[in-house]
Ligand binder design. Structure first.
Ligand code: ADP
Length: 201
């Protein structure tokens, strides 16, 4: 299985790139934000609880996140791979995801860290605010999400660097160019895996 993680600050393009990668390599795109927004739209009790965090730009507590993600991951167990978008978002979530995937012998393959300047991030999010229809795309909440990202999500970089799985991608270029950069890292990874397999035979 090819399990990928795309992470980066809000507005770094991880959603856009995740869906492109999923399409190109025939993987399941698992976006935690989308899963949560769907639950909110359904108007369930869980949706109501999720919204109370999301609307403030705060992270949803790990127990709620993990329940949703594991359920979705198990549902897609027979797939060629999963692109995790927006998850993990804390080191604790990453440790638990590793435990979950390693137990199934389907570890994380590559982690993409999307790098974009802060000024550009804010302008992108303010720009999309009108079309996105997302209630958390307003200035106050955007700044809170950026702050939460810095404090709680950025440390993932070191966590995956230590595992030698991190690939830093500049997200400042046009969508197509960023997509090509990501693909070339994946193609390299797949090629190396193929060579190792051939040598072992
Ligand atoms: P963005 O990256 O633009 O903030 P997302 O769609 O990834 O957008 O997430 C929207 C919101 O959903 C977050 O601000 C947070 O409240 C919640 N959320 C998404 N994924 C997670 C997660 N893994 N852990 C905790 N909260 C999450």
């Amino acid at each position: 299985m090819l399990n990928l993680i795309l992470f980066g600050p809000p507005g770094s393009g991880k959603g856009t790139q995740s869906s492109r990668v999923a399409c190109r390599y025939n993987l399941v795109h698992l976006s935690s934000g989308e899963l949560f927004r769907e639950e909110v739209r359904k108007g369930t009790k869980l949706g109501y609880q999720l919204a109370s965090y999301m609307l403030k730009g705060l992270l949803v507590p790990d127990n709620m996140v993990l329940k949703k993600i594991y359920k979705a991951a198990i549902h897609h167990e027979d797939t060629t791979g999963i692109v995790f978008d927006g998850f993990p978002r804390t080191v604790n979530q990453a440790v638990l995801l590793d435990r979950f995937l390693n137990k199934k012998n389907i570890p994380v393959s590559i982690v993409f860290f999307m790098m974009v300047d802060e000024k550009e991030l804010i302008s992108r999010m303010m720009g999309r605010a009108e079309d996105s229809g997302r209630l958390d795309d307003n200035e106050e909440v955007i700044l809170r999400r950026m702050d939460v990202y810095e404090k709680q999500t950025r440390p993932l970089r070191d966590y995956y660097q230590k595992q030698n799985k991190l690939s830093c991608i500049s997200g400042m270029a046009p969508v197509k160019v960023v997509a090509e950069r990501i693909s070339s890292v994946i193609d390299n990874y797949l090629m190396k895996k193929e060579i190792i397999k051939l040598v072992a035979e």
